[in-house]
Design a protein around this ligand. Structure first.
Ligand code: NAD
Length: 398
């Protein structure tokens, strides 16, 4: 090991200890109105009246993902519509409400949210807030008698996830995590390829999800504020690679080892890691490497390699433009299983089907809890410098 590597390894351990304890202890953040994000295009005219039986959603948090991805995609849903909005910024709330045809009486502030219980037009709530607010607002939504779709990651700790699941059970309402890739044709095709052994027996999985964060501080960007985000790139972006390793292998790891690193003196990484690298060992013998970074040139990639073939997705888990190349023997095939953009409406309609028809949810709260448990094990391994043995539910042994 060179001196530089030794220094970096020391920094990694110190930072891992800090972040893993912060995952459990971060100061409780509160919901606060934010300005309209840059580059939002609002609909030119409000949507048509919902179809009979359509599930009315309240959107909580009018930020980038809500306004640019989720809300426009309700137009492609056959079974859901936007019935209410919740925001702490009155001007943004009015502007977005007008554009989406949400009447003033169905526009709520964070302070008067509890009144939503008396609005029968709202059956489900979609939580698109910073992660540190997911648990509190899911519990509030269940207390108001609504079903919940919650963005990823589910919450900052397994304890918070367990509270959310308990609240869903008490209220007898559904809880689904917005893991859109389960509804995306390229990822579904990749799942079918590995499950049907089109690659032979799966041996190696490699995923990378990285981008370079611009200048920011924890005060200006919640994604690098520990109390809102946890350890950083793993929860935000690496989670797609973690998920892919699980849905392509169809297994839970029995052991993992990880390292996490942050540079000293960079305000972006005052509270979170710059890189996290994980190696997971599955009972079948498959090994997965999951890498994520907030400080390297962008990549969104998933590869799986079996005894007789491989698949590569690059980009793998995007909103659109995903690719899937299958190689077996001398044959190389670029697959086109469908339009990636259907993932958003398919995900919304999946919750509507669970509510209306009682069908099972592919991405329930238990899956979000499982992933948060694995992230806790990842930080524990990074902090100790040792591999961690896991139970089938993702909790650490011993
Ligand atoms: P964002 O910062 O653009 O928006 C967050 C919104 O939450 C703000 O606009 C504001 O309306 C509200 N908010 C309330 N209290 C806040 C507070 N104290 N600080 C900051 N915002 C506050 O973030 P985003 O990119 O829209 O992410 C929101 C959620 O969606 C996160 O859970 C994120 O992980 C998830 N997300 C998911 C995907 C996906 O592909 N599934 C993509 C992006 C984001």
């Amino acid at each position: 090991m060179t001196r530089r590597q030794a220094i970096e390894a020391g920094a990694a351990t110190a930072a891992a200890v800090a972040a893993s304890s912060a995952l459990a202890q971060g100061a409780q953040p509160t919901a606060q109105g934010q300005p309209m994000p840059d580059g939002v295009t609002l609909p030119a005219s409000p949507p048509p009246a919902p179809k009979p039986g359509s599930v009315g959603f309240a959107i909580i948090g009018l930020g980038d993902y809500a306004l640019k991805q989720i809300m426009p995609r309700f137009a492609q849903s056959g079974r859901c519509h936007i019935a209410a909005l919740v925001s702490g910024n009155p001007e943004k709330l009015a502007r977005v409400g007008e554009a989406y045809g949400v009447p003033p009486e169905a526009r709520y502030s964070y302070d008067d949210f509890a009144a939503i219980a008396a609005n029968p037009a709202v059956e489900a709530v979609y939580i698109i807030l910073p992660t540190g607010l997911h648990a509190e607002w899911a519990e509030r939504a269940f207390a108001a008698g609504k079903h919940v779709m919650c963005e990823k990651p589910m919450a900052l700790s397994a304890a918070e996830c367990e509270r959310m699941i308990a609240a869903s059970e008490r209220a007898d309402r559904k809880l689904m995590i917005g893991y859109r890739c389960h509804f995306e044709p390229y990822n579904r095709a990749a799942m079918e390829l590995t499950a049907s052994k089109a690659l032979g027996d799966l041996r190696l999985i490699r995923t990378e999800h990285s981008y370079r964060l611009g200048p920011a501080t924890p005060a200006t960007n919640w994604r690098i504020a520990r109390a809102q985000t946890g350890g950083g790139p793993l929860e935000d972006y690496g989670i797609y690679g973690l998920q892919a390793a699980l849905y392509l292998s169809g297994e839970m790891p029995e052991r993992l080892s990880a390292s996490a690193w942050r540079p000293e003196g960079d305000p972006r990484f005052a509270e979170v890691f710059a890189h996290v690298a994980v190696q997971m060992h599955f009972p079948s013998g498959t090994v997965a490497q999951v890498v994520t970074s907030y400080d390297s040139a962008g990549i969104n990639m998933v590869e799986a390699r079996g005894t007789t073939g491989s698949l590569r997705m690059h980009p793998a888990t995007g909103y659109g433009g995903n690719t899937l190349v299958l190689e077996t023997g001398n044959e190389r095939r670029a697959m086109e299983p469908g339009d990636p953009e259907v993932q958003f409406a398919a995900m919304l309609d999946h919750l509507a089907a669970a509510i209306r028809d009682g069908t099972a949810i592919f991405t329930p709260g238990e899956m979000g809890l499982r992933d948060v448990r694995l992230m806790e094990a990842i930080y524990a391994s990074a902090a100790s410098g040792r591999s961690v043995a896991l139970k089938p539910d993702g909790t650490m042994r011993g």
